[in-house]
Design a protein around this ligand. Structure first.
Ligand SMILES: [Zn+2]
Ligand SMILES: [Zn+2]
Length: 358
């Protein structure tokens, strides 16, 4: 390893399932091997999934370094890294998190390793990126444009790519109507992406802070709905007003992406979606609460959407850079990690919490 890379580093680890906070520890810098690259982390995002790692939802191995949203500089290459990717020492990259996809199953062969039964995830089943250095596979790195900061790039590797692939799955043409329910870390990025793609966009939330933040975006939605103030029927009428004159079709959004965990958001989303429309679930709520009528009489289709691959991340980075799409960030240094975790539970929270390294 090069002399500029220290032997130890600071890292935030979950010691045991059920812990409410990370422990700031000094651990060895991992050795780079095979097709891996070593990143000096510039920024790493905190995702809802990280809290599920803390509460033991994934039954993982502890202790474990948190975060699966890394962006940083490549500082060392394994001996096979050059054959397996384009990342070079000195490149600024964002990276995805799969470890050990089998390479043999149908999804691996088709490039959709996210569905591989064998795949493990950084920050979930293997050490993640809340550390000064971390390993990723060369082939899962996407080089960043100079204009994109690490702190803006990090959330794209989970929140950004997840909402981007969900919008692609919606398969809408410019002018069609996409509603996004939940204007948190994913939703407020999604609103901007969908506007950049030429869609008519409806943003829905039940919390004042995300609504105010979304209203202030350069790529703000065409219609912003506070679900605590507007009944679904009234919302559907407002959505109908977004249609071009002469539109022949059904009232309501063509597709609604559910990015909110709150249970009432589900039936609201179903009610504001047009007959024969499509609901796409990216949130991970504790349960689903739909009425059979939504599917039988309204002919809705419900699908889930999961994360994405390197191609999707590259497209996400390009779209974000081209249109100046931004995450509303709260920044924390490693010594403020308790405050960072508490920020997620705080009343009135909005946007994305990111750990930044100097
Ligand atoms: Zn995530
Ligand atoms: Zn596989």
């Amino acid at each position: 390893m090069s002399s500029s890379i220290p032997e130890t580093m600071q890292a935030l680890r979950v010691s045991n399932a059920g812990d409410s906070h990370y422990k700031l520890e000094t651990i060895p810098v991992p050795n780079v091997e095979g097709s891996q690259v070593l990143l000096k982390i510039g920024a790493a995002g905190l995702c809802h999934t990280d809290l599920m790692v803390m509460d033991g939802s994934f039954g993982g191995v502890y202790p474990i370094v948190g975060s699966h949203e890394p962006a940083g500089t490549v500082v060392a290459l394994g001996k096979d890294a050059e054959k397996n990717g384009t990342a070079k020492v000195g490149d600024r990259v964002a990276a995805l998190l799969p470890k050990d996809p089998c390479g043999e199953c149908s999804d691996c062969k088709l490039g959709d390793w996210k569905y591989c039964a064998n795949v493990k995830y950084g920050g979930i089943n293997v050490d993640g990126f809340f550390s000064e250095y971390a390993l990723v596979e060369a082939k899962n790195c996407v080089v960043l444009p100079d204009s994109l900061s690490f702190e803006q790039a990090a959330p794209l590797t989970c929140a950004g790519i997840t909402i981007y692939t969900a919008i692609k799955k919606a398969g809408l043409k410019p002018g069609q109507i996409l509603a996004i329910s939940g204007l948190g870390a994913l939703g407020h990025l999604g609103v901007q992406m969908a506007k950049a793609m030429g869609l008519k966009v409806v943003g829905i939330d039940a919390r004042p802070e995300p609504i105010a933040m979304t209203k202030g975006l350069n790529l703000a939605p065409d219609l912003l709905i506070d679900a605590t103030k507007t009944e679904a029927d009234a919302a559907k009428k407002q959505i109908a007003d977004l249609r071009e004159d002469g539109y022949v079709g059904w009232d309501g959004a063509d597709v609604t992406i559910i990015a909110a965990d709150a249970l009432p958001a589900q039936s609201y989303a179903a009610q504001i979606t047009r007959r024969h429309g499509h609901l796409i679930l990216v949130a991970q709520p504790p349960q689903l609460q739909f009425d059979f009528r939504n599917f039988i009489f309204q002919d809705l289709t419900l699908s889930g959407s999961l994360h994405g691959n390197e191609v999707n991340l590259k497209e996400t980075v390009e779209l974000v850079d081209k249109f100046g799409i931004i995450s509303d960030l709260s920044r924390f240094k490693i010594g403020q990690h308790e405050e960072m975790v508490d920020s997620v539970h705080r009343e009135g929270r909005k946007g994305k919490s990111v750990l930044v390294f100097e």
